[in-house]
Design a binder for this molecule. Structure first.
Ligand SMILES: [Zn+2]
Length: 458
C-alpha cells in the first residue's frame, strides 16, 4: 500500500521492517485460548509479524501442532569447566536443553575451578561459542565485596551460596552479607541466592535417606536464610533459587522478589523416593509439603520454574546416602514432565508457559518468552498426543540416570532457535549457535517485573 501523507507536519517516515523470510503456521496460545496463527520471522531469527494469514515467504505448516515460546531455564549446572572425566559440559548440557525445549540457560559458577575471578569468567565466556547449542548466561560466584565490581562488566549475574555446595565456594560470613547485597544491587545485575542457613541444620547421626535429609536441613533453614537476604536493598534484582515451602514462597513474594520452584520439589517427595537419587539441596520435603507447593504452582503463585539441573555420576549416587553428592539431572525432562501435567488437566498451559518462559524472559529483560513482533523466534512445536515414557536410556544425560524413570513426558516434536531448527521429530539436529547473553541492564537498577504479579498471557 503506498504511503499517503496524513496531513500532520513532522510525522516521521514509516520505519521499514526487515522482510519476513519464513512463516510458521500452526496454533498458538493467545489470551488463554489455542488459536490458529501464522508467525513471520526475519533473516536474523526475530519475529516480525503474527497474523491469521501471512504470505510472501516459504511456509512451514505444523497443522494441529501447538507453537510455544521455548523455555528459559534460570538454573543449571553444566559443570564447565571441570577436570577431565566429568559427566557434563556445555556441549552435552545444551543438547539436553535443546531436546527439553529450553533455548537459554543461566549456568551456575560452582564449577571446578569455580567462576570467582575475572580471568576465570573470561575463560568461561570464551568456551561458550565453541560448545553451546543454546544461549548461555554465565554467572559469577559471590566471594568478596571487592571482586563484585571487577566481575560485573562481564558477568550475566551473580550467584550467592549461603551454605556449602558442590565445588569450592565457601559461604560468606553472616556479617558480610549486607555489604555484598548492596554492592550487587549497585551493579544492576541479577542475584540468585541459594538460601539455606547452615546454623539451622540439625546435628546428629548421618542421614540415610531423603526423609532424614529433610529433617537435617529443615524448612526453617530456608526461612532463616531468607530473613537475612530480604533485608537487602529495595532495588536488588533478587531471584531466590529452589523454594521448597509455601512459607518461603510467601516471604519472597511479599518482598517483591522473583523465585523459582524446581520440578523435583514439585513432583517428588520424601515418600516417593528413598535412596540417594533423591538427595538434593534443599532437600525433598514431605508429600504434604510437596502437595502444598504444587497447589501454589498450579495457582500461578510461583513465578518461575527452573531445573537446577545438577548431574552427578551414577556411581557416586549409588554410594551411601550420606556420602552421595546432592543434585539431580533435569534440564531435558523439566518441560516434558510439566507438559504431561497440562495434558492430564492438572495445570493450565498458560500457567506453565508463564513460569517456564515468559517470566524468566522478563526477569532477564531479554526478548524471550512471547510470540510477538520483536521477540526471538525460539519456538517449540508440541503435540499433546505424543507422550513418551522417560528412561535414562532414551535421555541424553551422560550421567546415565534420572529420578523420573518410567514417568510420562511430552517432549517437543520440534525446537527452533532464532528461526533455525535444532530439534526435528524429537531428534537433535542443531549447530553450535548458542550465544553468550547478558541480561538487559536498565539505566537505573530496579526490581524485576517478575514477581507473582507478572503479566497475564499477552
Ligand atoms: Zn543449583
Amino acid at each position: 500500500m503506498p504511503a499517503r501523507p496524513r496531513g500532520r507536519i513532522g510525522r516521521p517516515p514509516p520505519v521499514e521492517e526487515p522482510p519476513v523470510e519464513r512463516i510458521y503456521a500452526g496454533r498458538i496460545l493467545r489470551r488463554g485460548r489455542i488459536t490458529p496463527a501464522e508467525i513471520g520471522v526475519d533473516g536474523d531469527g526475530i519475529i516480525r509479524r503474527v497474523a491469521k494469514d501471512l504470505k510472501g515467504a516459504p511456509r512451514q505448516d505444523f497443522g494441529e501442532g501447538i507453537l510455544l515460546p521455548s523455555g528459559v531455564d534460570l538454573h543449571v549446572h553444566f559443570r564447565d569447566p571441570s577436570p577431565p572425566g566429568a559427566v557434563e559440559d556445555l556441549s552435552t548440557g545444551t543438547v539436553q536443553a535443546a531436546l527439553g525445549g529450553i533455548a537459554a540457560v543461566v549456568d551456575m559458577p560452582n564449577t571446578d575451578p569455580p567462576i570467582t575471578t575475572l580471568a576465570r569468567l573470561e575463560e568461561k565466556i570464551a568456551r561458550i561459542p565453541a560448545r553451546a547449542f543454546v544461549d548461555v548466561l554465565p554467572y559469577a560466584a559471590v566471594t568478596t565485596r571487592e571482586r563484585i565490581p571487577l566481575l560485573a562488566p562481564r558477568a550475566a549475574g551473580f550467584k550467592l551460596y549461603l551454605s556449602p555446595t558442590t565445588g569450592d565456594i565457601p559461604p560468606p560470613a553472616g556479617e558480610e552479607v549486607p555489604g555484598l547485597l548492596t554492592e550487587i544491587a549497585g551493579t544492576g545485575l541479577p542475584l540468585h541466592v541459594h538460601a539455606e542457613d547452615p546454623s539451622s541444620f540439625a546435628q546428629g547421626k548421618a542421614p540415610r535417606e531423603p526423609r532424614e535429609w529433610d529433617l537435617a536441613r529443615p524448612p526453617e533453614s530456608e526461612e532463616s536464610a531468607l530473613r537475612g537476604i530480604l533485608k537487602g536493598p529495595d532495588h536488588l534484582r533478587l531471584h531466590v533459587a529452589h523454594v521448597t515451602t509455601t512459607k518461603a514462597a510467601q516471604m519472597v513474594r511479599e518482598w517483591g522478589g522473583s523465585f523459582e520452584a524446581t520440578p523435583h520439589h514439585l513432583l517428588l517427595s520424601t515418600s516417593r523416593i528413598r535412596n540417594a537419587m533423591g538427595k538434593v539441596n534443599p532437600p525433598l520435603r514431605t508429600e504434604e509439603r510437596r502437595r502444598e507447593l504444587w497447589e501454589e504452582f498450579r495457582a500461578g503463585k510461583i513465578p518461575v520454574l527452573a531445573s537446577d539441573h545438577a548431574p552427578h555420576p551414577l556411581g557416586e549416587k549409588e554410594t551411601r546416602f550420606d556420602l552421595a553428592p546432592a543434585g539431580v539431572p533435569g534440564v531435558e525432562t523439566m518441560l516434558p514432565l510439566l507438559l504431561e501435567r497440562v495434558r492430564a488437566g492438572e495445570i493450565e498451559l498458560g500457567t506453565l508457559w508463564r513460569a517456564a518462559s515468559r517470566r524468566p524472559g522478563l526477569f532477564l529483560g531479554l526478548p524471550w518468552g512471547r510470540i510477538a513482533p520483536g521477540y526471538e523466534a525460539n519456538l517449540l512445536v508440541v503435540d499433546f498426543r505424543q507422550r513418551r515414557r522417560i528412561s535414562a536410556r532414551s535421555l541424553h544425560a551422560p550421567c546415565g540416570w534420572t529420578p523420573y524413570e518410567g514417568w510420562e513426558g511430552i517432549f517437543p516434536v520440534e525446537h527452533h532457535l532464532r528461526g533455525e531448527r535444532i530439534v526435528e521429530d524429537g531428534e537433535f539436529v542443531g549447530r553450535r549457535r548458542g550465544r553468550v547473553r547478558r541480561p538487559f541492564e536498565p539505566e537505573s537498577p530496579r526490581r524485576p517485573p517478575a514477581a507473582a504479579q507478572g503479566p497475564r498471557d499477552r
